[in-house]
Structure formats: C-alpha cells, structure tokens
Design a protein around this ligand. Structure first.
Ligand code: ADP
Length: 323
C-alpha cells in the first residue's frame, strides 16, 4: 500500500492530534504518501484533502482538539455519499484509510470497508463506550478536567455547607460520571445505567450532613433521566421542605478542549502507529483498541453496534466510599 489517508470524525477528543501525527510519521517512515482529510467524512465527500509531510504534524502533539477538524456528516450515511467518497479516494490513488473516532465514526468506517475499501479504526472518544478498547483516546484527560472542577466545587461547597451537582459528558454512557465520582469522592453518582430517584438523592445528602459532612456533591451523567437541570428543578421546587437548594454546574464542552495528558498522548500514539502498520500490511476492517495493556485489533463486526457494558460493581464501590 503506497497511498493512505487519515481523518478524525465525530466528537473531538484530546489526543486526536497525537494520533494524526503518529499515522503521518509512521506512514512516511515506510515510504507511503499520507493524505490528511479535513472535517471527517465531510472532507471525503467534498474532496477536501491534502498530502501531509512530517513538518505538517510538528508542534501538535500537545494540542487538544484536532488539526484536521471534525464534523458530523449525515450525507456519509447515504449510499450516494459513500460512493462520492470512494470516487474521491480513487481519483488520488488512495488505497487505505485510518479513521480516528468513536462509535458513529467507526460505523462509517465499517460501511466503507463493506464496500471493499481498506479501513482501520483508532478508538477515540471521551465517552469510553466503544467495544474493542478497554479505554479510548481522550477519556483520561476528560476525567482529569472533570476532577479539577469537582475538587474546586468541593472546596466552596464545604465553606458554605452547600449542595452541588456536577454534570459531566458521556452521551448515554455513565463512565465519565462514575469514574470522576469515585475519584472525586462524590456523595452520589447518577448514571443512565442505574438511575436514582431525586427523592433518594435528597435522603443521601441529608444523611451525609447528619454524619457530619460539610459538603454534598453529586456527579450526574448528561444522559441520565435525572440530569443536572432536572435535579436543580426538584431541589428548587421543594426547597422549603428540604432546607437547601442544589447548585448545578454543567461542564459540557469544557471537558473536551483540554491539553492531552501523558496517558492520552501515549495511548493515541501507540494505537495510531499500530493502526497504520495494520493498514499497510492490508490487515484491515478492524478497530485498533487498548486491550489488556496492548494495542490490538478487533474485527469491525465484533465492535459495531455493540455497547461496552459499565462495571456496575464500581457504583457499589462509589457508595461504600461515600460514607
Ligand atoms: P462519534 O464518532 O463521536 O460517535 P457520531 O456518532 O456523530 O460521532 O458519528 C460521526 C460521523 O460518522 C457521522 O456524522 C457520520 O458521518 C458517520 N456515521 C455515523 N453513523 C454512520 C452510519 N451508520 N453509516 C455511515 N456513516 C456513519
């Protein structure tokens, strides 16, 4: 394989740039021409791509986001859109593609590979919900950003004996909320995988105060039915009976834009270098993920449409440690 291309797609994740850099430089190392495609599948359809040299990926390993840009592209979900993409790849003689992204992006990669085009995926999403990778690019940095916010809110919550809720990202996955709740010492964690009624949260906070705690902190996943706003409303509506309100901080996109930490830079570099090797050796139609301490391939059919289950024993651990 002489000509390969790389794109980043879907939600951006800290570490994507390290992955782009690793694809470009590992490809160049073995004599390939490497194209960077702008804005995910959008650039593939719009023919927005250019050849990349080693210097084009200099000074990016420490940057959050993605220098190639990312986009959500509905047109790629259509057969016509994918055919246009294939025509644009053929026009430049590109023989294989590395797709850096999460569930949706890898589904797109699988669709392209089913048409006979060589694709290798790199597991990248802050949600950590991708089957075929114990941990994905961006999770560690996003967790640390959530923790910084939680730690700061705990300080102010303790000073004023206030109750706070922090809503963290993760779409329909509670992973970030659960892990940041455990690492941040939250009184309760609310996740879509195991909802807790607002009445029970009220009890938990009251019990914590009765045990002498100076703060009450709840971590909420954005995908929970009782999300941050719902909980704020509940405590507001019943404030006279409860005796306090719940102050809600929604971290939102703040979590995505962080400088990638050492873990994500190394994970991204190792997964993307391995993905490039696989593509060039024509071992495609796989997702490269981190499995038991190594960068390993899983065939796309075993990954696509699967949801990685959350270890709910950890929720029990969060409860035990919130004494
Ligand atoms: P993420 O990769 O972060 O999960 P999305 O779910 O938004 O992000 O998916 C990113 C892009 O992947 C979509 O905008 C679309 O271009 C492509 N994609 C998602 N699902 C499919 C599909 N079933 N077929 C083809 N392309 C898809």
């Amino acid at each position: 394989m002489q000509r390969i291309a790389v794109l980043t797609s879907g939600g951006d994740a800290p570490g994507m740039n390290a992955a782009i850099r690793a694809v470009v430089r590992s490809g160049l190392e073995v004599g390939c021409t490497v194209y960077g495609i702008k804005n995910g599948y959008r650039g593939l359809i719009d023919d927005d791509m250019r050849e990349m040299g080693a210097r084009d990926v200099g000074g990016i390993i420490q940057l959050g986001g993605t220098v190639l840009g990312s986009a959500r592209c509905a047109e790629f979900k259509t057969a016509e859109g994918r055919q246009t993409a294939l025509n644009n790849l053929a026009k430049r003689g590109i023989e294989g593609l590395v797709v850096i992204g999460g569930n949706g992006s890898q589904t797109g990669g699988y669709e392209l590979s089913k048409l006979g085009f060589p694709v290798v995926g790199v597991a990248s999403t802050i949600d950590n919900d991708l089957a075929g990778s114990d941990i994905t690019i961006g999770v560690d940095t996003a967790l640390n950003i959530a923790l910084e916010a939680i730690d700061r809110l705990k300080v102010t919550a303790s000073s004023h004996r206030r109750a706070f809720a922090v809503e963290v990202m993760g779409r329909d996955s509670g992973y970030l909320a659960l892990m940041s709740g455990i690492a941040g010492g939250a009184e309760a964690v609310v996740i879509p995988e195991q909802e807790i009624p607002a009445e029970r949260l009220e009890e938990i906070l009251n019990e914590a105060y009765a045990r002498g705690k100076m703060h009450g902190l709840i971590v909420v996943a954005e995908g929970a039915k009782n999300n941050g706003e719902k909980l704020r409303q509940y405590f507001h509506e019943h404030k006279d009976r409860i005796g306090f309100e719940l102050r809600v901080t929604i971290l939102g996109h703040v979590q995505r834009g962080g400088t990638p930490g050492a873990f994500d830079r190394l994970l991204a570099t190792r997964l993307a270098a391995r993905a490039t090797e696989h593509l060039i050796r024509s071992e495609h139609g796989v997702l490269i993920g981190w499995i038991k301490g190594a960068a390993l391939p899983t065939p796309y059919p075993e990954v696509i449409g699967k949801k990685k289950p959350l270890d709910l024993d950890l929720l029990r651990l969060a409860d035990v440690l919130a004494q």
